[in-house]
Design a protein around this ligand. Sequence first.
Ligand SMILES: *Cc1c(COP(=O)(O)O)cnc(C)c1O
Length: 411
Amino acid sequence: MATINDNYLKLKAGYLFPEIGRRVNAFADANPDANIIRLGIGDVTEPLPDACRSAMIRAVEEMGDRASFRGYGPEQGYAWLREKIAAHDFQARGCDIDASEIFISDGSKCDTGNILDIFGNNNTIAVTDPVYPVYVDTNVMAGHTGEANDRGEYGGLVYLPISAENNFTAEIPTEKVDLIYLCFPNNPTGATASKEHLQAWVDYARSNGSILFFDAAYEAFITDPELPHSIYEIEGARECAIEFRSFSKNAGFTGTRCALTVVPKSLTGKAADGSDVELWKLWNRRQSTKFNGVSYIVQRGTEAVYSPEGQAQTKALVNFYLENAKIIREQLTVAGLKVYGGVNAPYVWVQTPQGLSSWDFFDKLLHTCNVVGTPGSGFGAAGEGYFRISAFNSRENVEEAMQRITQTFRV
Ligand SMILES: *Cc1c(COP(=O)(O)O)cnc(C)c1O
């Protein structure tokens, strides 16, 4: 009889979004005329930039001609794309990152999970609380945790609480942890990290031999010129950090699929015999064996992000969502709610009013305003008492949702 990976049985059965769906469906069934506005999901809504579409159409035509047809591409991505990314996203900001250190992939979600393939099973792992659930669940699947308690916290993980008290940036741990997940600008809180905060993490990682997993999926939403966009803007990060980036949120590629992971050649980890092994070699081997690269068509579409038109169009997309976030922030403040984030990120993190729990506030918004958000407790125990509102929606929906909320909550 084939056995299964029992670690999957420890997972909290994808509780958050199915439960939201269940409550929304029950409400919709009972109130068929309600116009429900969903500000809960972290998916983009606006169409792909014209520059990307045109480049993909040209690439499709190339595929139809024997002379320009492409079969398997390099597993790491085409050099012309890796070079553009290295020059534009890293070298232009003073980061010493070479094109050969950039691995093109089909998603940051996948890569933040897959990266665990090249690490041992006995590392101590730290995540913030609240957190992007993928970091936790992939460690559960890999057998790096114990069972979850009734607050949803897994044994064996180090949780670093983030809240308004610490500006939603975790205290540097006093204990030794080996792998640390950081996400800035943050999903779900919309918080950002200063150079000083990231420097403290890099210094910690270097003195403990730890590796930072830096998720910069929302880098394009940074508006404050003082904030770092890449972990490699921080002195010493080449020695201790892997960075994940994605075209999902800046170019609307959630359905098109393209992302990248940076593994500097200067990174090492310890082998069982005590020797230092280059992580780049392991990741390169992992990708060459288990991944066939992103399609030529999509890589051409991604390359177009770096053309002058692509730059202008992706900037306009990001600004559109940031304007939504601004409206959400302003209107929720008018409604008397305390809000965080939403300035350098497409998420507004709301403190629930009157001491309501995250789920009670969810129900209240759904029933009184017909607006759906995401309960903060779904992102971790320390998210209790908070609520995430996403700026990924049409202007019309955002304005309508905010009008309903201000009418209900205005004091
Ligand atoms: C959306 C998002 C990503 C991007 O994931 P893709 O797989 O590239 O679409 C990565 N990290 C976080 C925290 C996200 O919210």
